[in-house]
Design a protein around this ligand. Structure first.
Ligand SMILES: NC(=O)c1ccc[n+]([C@@H]2O[C@H](COP(=O)([O-])OP(=O)(O)OC[C@H]3O[C@@H](n4cnc5c(N)ncnc54)[C@H](O)[C@@H]3O)[C@@H](O)[C@H]2O)c1
Length: 325
């Protein structure tokens, strides 16, 4: 089977690609070729005879036509302009997050087969009353352009699946933490930075009060969840293809305390509060409390504590031994 990852050069995309190659197969069949589409790939991107890299803009119709000619049984759609950038640049966010996704679905509509599509949606489809517990039935009411663009694509994925053009599923992702590397343009970038930067000996700040609750998931769990989503039979999902993942609710304070327990006060001393109005105007509208019954029933996985998430990041980065705890 041919598998495609749009946005395959990104943080989640590359990790997903590695795991898919390692596993070699999905419920839909053996992975014979894995095509990654992205505008940029890192120099150390993996090498594998089954891997194909297409360096292109996925909003380009000819690129998507070429990709669909390969008759992919499965497409992971992860390409996006992330939250902060989509809020600052409405034209760019609409063009990539909405119009290019619509074009993808329209081109799928013309196919003789209906590919399975796993779409990366977000907690940002919700906004407003953060005290409310989000149920599977809670309606999307985004308070950002990024969240609105994601919600519109979710609706189309539901409708195009109902009509049999595609077999879609949209995962509403928590903030994926700890993201290695450099800070990015996501408004939630600080959630990873407060762990990653001090571990690298660098000072960092968080823009919201420390008691702010956040809804997070580790890279390891989200990759397992993307693969699980790709493996679920469409008959089990029915008409509603949207799934709130089972994230972990924690606070900035609790994350810093966990880091303190694992490392030392010298590390956490590098973290400080620096309010940022723009970031607060978005992040403080994201609800942190979910009752994700459907995700639990369908067998999606979750993390058990922020300490576990931090330890797993440190083990991955090979820095656990620097701290004897
Ligand atoms: N990481 C998170 O915390 C998080 C949370 C919620 C939702 N999501 C969603 O998950 C997906 C993956 O997130 P990520 O953290 O890996 O982000 P990322 O920015 O690392 O990856 C997105 C990739 O899309 C690519 N891309 C952007 N525009 C493109 C275009 N026009 N054509 C081709 N490629 C393009 C980027 O180059 C990038 O490599 C995104 O859709 C994001 O909105 C992520």
């Amino acid at each position: 089977m041919q598998v495609v990852i749009l946005g395959g050069g990104g943080f989640i995309g590359l990790r997903l690609a590695k795991k898919l190659l390692e596993d070699g197969r999905l419920n839909l069949g053996e992975i014979t070729q894995l095509t990654l589409v992205d505008i940029a790939f890192p120099e150390d991107a993996p090498k594998d005879p089954r891997l194909e890299y297409i360096k292109a803009d996925f909003s380009d119709e000819a690129t998507i036509r070429k990709v669909l000619q390969k008759q992919p049984g499965l497409i992971f759609h992860l390409a996006a302009i992330v939250s902060g950038e989509a809020e600052k640049n409405l034209d760019l966010g609409m063009r990539i997050n909405f119009h290019a996704s619509l074009q993808l679905l329209e081109l799928c509509r013309t196919l003789a087969f209906h590919p399975r599509i796993v779409f990366a949606s977000s907690v940002a489809v919700f906004g407003g009353d953060v005290a409310k517990v989000i149920l599977d039935e809670t309606g999307a009411k985004p308070r950002s352009s990024y969240g609105t663009q994601k919600a519109m694509v979710e609706l189309l994925i539901n409708d195009y699946s109902r009509r049999g053009f595609i077999d879609g599923r949209s995962l509403r992702l928590p903030t994926i933490t700890v993201r290695p590397g450099k800070p990015n343009a996501a408004t939630s970038s600080f959630v990873s930075a407060i762990i990653r930067e001090p571990l690298n000996g660098k000072a960092t700040t968080y823009p919201v009060p420390s008691e702010t609750e956040v809804w997070i998931q580790s890279p390891k769990r989200v990759i397992q969840n993307f693969i699980h989503a790709a493996n679920i039979d469409e008959k089990i999902l029915g008409d509603d293809r949207v799934i709130n993942l089972a994230g972990l609710t924690t606070t900035i304070q609790e994350m810093i305390h966990s880091l303190d327990r694992i490392t030392s006060p010298e590390v956490t001393r590098l973290i400080s509060y620096e309010p940022d109005e723009f970031l607060q105007s978005i992040v403080l509208t994201w609800p942190p409390n979910f009752d994700p019954r459907r995700a639990n029933t369908l067998g999606f996985v979750r993390d058990s504590s922020s300490e576990e998430i931090i330890r797993s990041y440190m083990e991955e980065e090979g820095i656990m031994n620097a701290f004897n705890k």
